[in-house]
Design a protein around this ligand. Sequence first.
Ligand code: ZN
Length: 323
Amino acid sequence: MSSPSQPVAAAATSSPPERSPGLLVYACGVGTTALVVLLVQALNHAEFNAMGLYANGILPVGAILVGVLSGTGYAVGSRVLNVKLSRGYVMGMLATGVADWFALQYFEYASLIEQYHYAPTALGFVDYLTQTATSMSFSRAGSSSPGAALGGAGYFFKALELAGFALGTMVPSWTLFAMPYCRRCRLYLKVDQTSFVKSELSHADAMKLDRFGMKKPARTAALGQAQGEVQERAAEVLARIQHAPLSEVRAVLSGLDAGGATKVKPAAQVSFQLKKCPRCESHHVVATLVSVAKNGQPANAVVFKLDKTQGFSEPPAVATSAA
Ligand SMILES: [Zn+2]
């Protein structure tokens, strides 16, 4: 009797064991969170409320930064252990972030109880949260005098702080999503080589055009032409490597400017970064346009991303001779 689960089992044995975001990654995350809790507490004792820093009186930058720091462990753990985090896992971190924020508040509460020898019955944790929210006040940077208590509006700012912290914890792992990954070998891809196509026009010559004009029509036209020129050549490169095997992709990219040959900075260039799986031929190419706007500000854009890591099936072991 044939079992329908057989092909699945066969595929599973042919690839390395599944690395799911297990206890180790979680432990890394908990580790950095614990360190951050200690740091925030130490700062609090030095009369510096890191979580309460707001930019423009509305953006909870302090809470976001503390969140980012505490979420670094998940990302570093995943990267080092070559674990591809699922979207669900990162969304789950949002819940962990909320729990961590309450834990931070609780530690603060506990140290306060200890410091002033309160009986826990005299001030409950919920009372403490309510009081810290409604008695919250803003003081200007550099000024030591606190402003008026916010009252009910304090809840809004506490909620902002919580949201900032929880979203912040997701940021490091979120950046890992953008990193190409070989699902078959369960490894992150590594940089193999980087090469360039550069415009004829140099950056210095472009900046000489319309130096004193306001609208700079000649410079705009020259930059547009330089960008068009390198983008056209990037499209040719894409056409040659799109369906090619790794060896050919390498050959095509090696035929381009390897960079560093000349010190002249071009007005526009496209860089091609090839990353490959350390174990197999899965690879990924990102082409980025690096140029300037007419005011001299950098203007970068992704020209294309070529992902040849998905759907990489095992080569057939035996050529089929059926039919
Ligand atoms: Zn691979």
